[in-house]
Write a protein that binds this ligand. Structure first.
Ligand code: SF4
Length: 250
């Protein structure tokens, strides 16, 4: 297998204010989320996010386990690599001729993008008269202990898979894995055909275009509001809180 360094189109700095795949789950629930987060900077705790970034860098740079001093980071790296090994074994990728890219940023028509923790591509013969077909396997690491939607329900991962077919139109099928080193099971998987992903990519693009409108509506809910930087100032979120408290007679 061949390993390549990041970046296919634009650098991370070029992302500007375009939404990223990691926000599409929230944006699909609240179209106003995107504009609200452009106006209000995140003022809360950053230490968890910084720790997550550091752990991603450990995997991106494939730091040997005996060079990782912090015990929790070492367990995280060990579990990530074990889950990755199991995923690759499931796909029969051991000893295959594949190309691996880490932290590649892919774009959807300059409208939105996603930075893929791990992407592996290869070709293999299809059935009967299908000839040589191209495949991709992508993985997203969740390095901290929070709960996340498993791979088949994870919109961020689905959006990343859409970006793969957008940028690699010859890819026939995309396998995805959500790797959660501190959960049991430590990974969940799904797979999508390229035709399904082309349709979903167009749907997500429509959602992004709606979110970019000045009057994009705000819809409060626990999932989308949780990490929204507008939460302390948002009338819709306040209204939801009032209704919830009233319902509980608090
Ligand atoms: S706080 Fe909630 S309702 Fe308000 S903009 Fe953010 S996600 Fe939307």
């Amino acid at each position: 297998m061949e390993t390549e360094s990041k970046d296919l189109n634009k650098s991370d700095k070029d992302r500007g204010e375009a939404p990223s795949a990691s926000k599409l789950g929230a944006i699909s629930l609240c179209r106003g989320h995107h504009n609200a987060n452009k106006i209000f900077p995140w003022y809360g705790e950053r230490s968890e996010a910084n720790e997550g970034t550091l752990r991603h860098e450990i995997e991106e740079n494939e730091v040997p386990l005996d060079e990782i001093e912090d015990e929790d980071r070492k367990i995280c790296a060990y579990n990530c690599r074990r889950a990755m090994r199991w995923c690759r074994e499931d796909l029969g990728l051991d000893n295959s001729d594949t190309t691996i890219e880490r932290e590649a940023r892919l774009w959807y028509d300059d409208k939105w993008s996603g930075q893929l923790d791990y992407m592996e591509t290869w070709s293999q013969m299809g059935k009967m008269d299908e000839g040589l077909l191209e495949y991709a396997f992508i993985a997203d690491y969740k390095m901290l202990r929070g709960n996340h939607d498993p791979a088949p329900e994870n919109i961020q991962l689905l959006a990343q898979a859409c970006l793969v077919t957008k940028n690699f139109p010859n890819i026939h099928k995309v396998y995805v894995a959500l790797i959660e080193p501190f959960q049991d099971p430590s990974y969940t998987t799904a797979s999508y055909s390229s035709s399904f992903l082309r349709g979903k990519g167009a749907e997500l693009n429509t959602i992004v275009l709606e979110a970019e409108q000045e009057d994009a509506p705000r819809t409060a809910g626990s999932v989308q509001c949780k990490w929204c930087s507008a939460l302390p100032f948002c009338p819709e979120a306040r209204e939801l809180l009032k209704t919830t408290l009233k319902g509980k007679n608090i």
